[in-house]
Design a protein around this ligand. Structure first.
Ligand code: ZN
Length: 176
């Protein structure tokens, strides 16, 4: 899989995110202001609907000509930390777990149980990392993907999930 790329300018970034449905790079221009606003809420994710303009007509399995969506996660350094491609309104469990099935054949998906206000950080209920990670726990990322998007180790995320679970803020759903 080719690496995602970003060119950073004064007011905007140009991003090339890998869409594994198109099997191609998708070019996006995003205002930095939009990213900064998003990051105030912990994490920024660009949602981009598109369809492949030149699908492989010889290949009956190539469905990339149909409209689909990518989620592109971008960090405070304007780098891409994760991309997810899917058809429909949200990724299915199969799409979520496809690349990250554990050795035991189990996929762990953390989901936020309670809506968490940004003030939770100011009030010391959560630290900034916890707040950020909770934003990624939207039911569409496995533990491994959350770690990768947040740029933390799986071990640290597991530890954090245990703390947050005790606070009643997340539950971790297991699927085989
Ligand atoms: Zn695509």
């Amino acid at each position: 899989m080719p690496e995602n790329k970003v060119k950073k300018y004064f007011r905007l970034i140009e991003a090339w995110a890998w869409c594994d449905i198109c099997d191609d790079m998708i070019a996006l221009r995003i205002n930095k202001e939009e990213i900064i606003d998003g990051l105030k809420m912990g994490i920024y994710m660009k949602e981009y609907k598109h369809s492949n303009q030149s699908p492989d007509v010889e290949d009956p399995d190539d469905v990339s000509g149909n409209e689909h969506t990518i989620y592109v996660y971008i960090n405070d350094n304007y780098d891409i930390t994760g991309v997810k491609a899917f058809f429909g309104e949200s990724p299915t469990t199969e799409e979520i777990g496809a690349q990250t099935i554990q050795e035991g054949g189990e996929v762990r998906i953390p989901i936020v149980v309670k809506e968490i206000p940004p003030m939770a950080v100011q009030f010391g209920m959560l630290n900034k990392d916890q707040f950020k990670v909770l934003k990624i726990c939207d039911g569409m990322n496995t533990i491994e993907q959350v770690a990768s998007i947040a740029q933390m180790s799986v071990k640290d995320i597991e530890k954090m999930m245990e703390q947050l679970r005790k606070k009643g803020l997340v539950k971790v759903i297991k699927r085989t």
